[in-house]
Design a protein around this ligand. Structure first.
Ligand SMILES: NC(=O)c1ccc[n+]([C@@H]2O[C@H](COP(=O)([O-])OP(=O)(O)OC[C@H]3O[C@@H](n4cnc5c(N)ncnc54)[C@H](OP(=O)(O)O)[C@@H]3O)[C@@H](O)[C@H]2O)c1
Length: 252
């Protein structure tokens, strides 16, 4: 790696917002490490055409220890100090959707492992394995409006994302004293309602407010992944990144 490269790790890069974020990062001077359980031939064609170095890794992010181990070894293999390094915790699931009385560990635990425990262990690995770099370190967790306002039927998702918000605040509390240039800054950012596979899953689910999501789609009121990703990448470059720990891209 040549000095001065901006290094990004994007989780859940194969589809939806993660694929759009990866595309938005295909700029000279960037290097991207993508991870998901599957590949995207369309995205990989765009990556190849861009000339930007991108490494694609297949990893199940419902396994927190394996995910952290993977990230640690990937970061250990980086052979020069980047100008900045950013972990984008985007991978997530919305199911199980349904009443609290139907919660069961067979679906609840994998949900919380993916949406909460793995982002936590990956952040730990990220902080530990980037300590040798004299560069700014950013963690961006893709949160949700549902972390901050409950949606009946989404208790697993709301609770997991709310806990992810608090984890991000904990990162800042624990690492605020790390001096420049190796400062760690973390933000949990809600992306708005974005036209992805996750929204299709939501429209097909059974919960009280489902019609609102069907109407948003029918009335063409969903944000596009491309526009949302462009705004999130601009947000990452803000000099005051980290000042607002819990944020919403719709505020900008
Ligand atoms: N869409 C919205 O309106 C909306 C609103 C608020 C927040 N969000 C948040 O935004 C983020 C992206 O959501 P999206 O709408 O783009 O969802 P999506 O279209 O369903 O894509 C989810 C991504 O996460 C990956 N993923 C899921 N489980 C995984 C696992 N076990 N291991 C590895 N990768 C996994 C998927 O890749 P593979 O299946 O290939 O593994 C896929 O790339 C999520 O954190 C979501 O909660 C979305």
């Amino acid at each position: 790696m040549s000095a001065g490269i901006h290094l990004y790790i994007v989780t859940g890069a194969s589809r939806g917002l993660g694929a759009a974020l990866t595309r938005a990062l295909l700029k000279p001077g960037n290097r991207v490490i993508c991870v998901a359980r599957s590949r995207s031939p369309e995205l990989e064609a765009d990556i190849a055409a861009s000339g930007v170095p991108v490494a694609w890794h297949l990893q199940d992010l419902s396994q927190p220890s394996a995910a952290a181990g993977w990230l640690g070894s990937v970061l250990d293999a980086v052979d020069e100090t980047p100008a900045s390094v950013t972990l984008i915790l985007n991978a997530g699931v919305v199911e199980p959707i349904g009443p609290i009385t139907a919660l069961h560990e067979t679906t609840l635990i994998p949900h919380l492992l993916t949406n909460l425990a793995t982002p936590m262990t990956m952040t730990g690995a990220f902080i530990e394995h980037t300590t040798r770099f004299d560069c700014a370190r950013k963690v961006l967790a893709i949160s949700s409006g549902a972390a901050r306002n409950p949606v009946p039927g989404w208790s697993a998702y709301c609770a997991g994302k709310a806990a992810l918000d608090m984890f991000i605040r904990s990162v800042n509390a624990e690492y605020a004293s790390v001096p420049e240039p190796r400062a760690v800054r973390a933000v949990a950012l809600a992306p708005g309602v974005v036209d992805t596979d996750m929204q299709e899953t939501i429209r097909g689910a059974d919960f009280a407010a489902v019609q609102r999501f069907r109407d948003l789609k029918a009335n063409d009121q969903l944000a596009s992944p491309e526009d949302t990703a462009r705004r999130i990448v601009a947000y990452l470059d803000r000099p005051d990144f980290g000042k607002t720990e819990l944020d919403d891209i719709r505020n900008y």
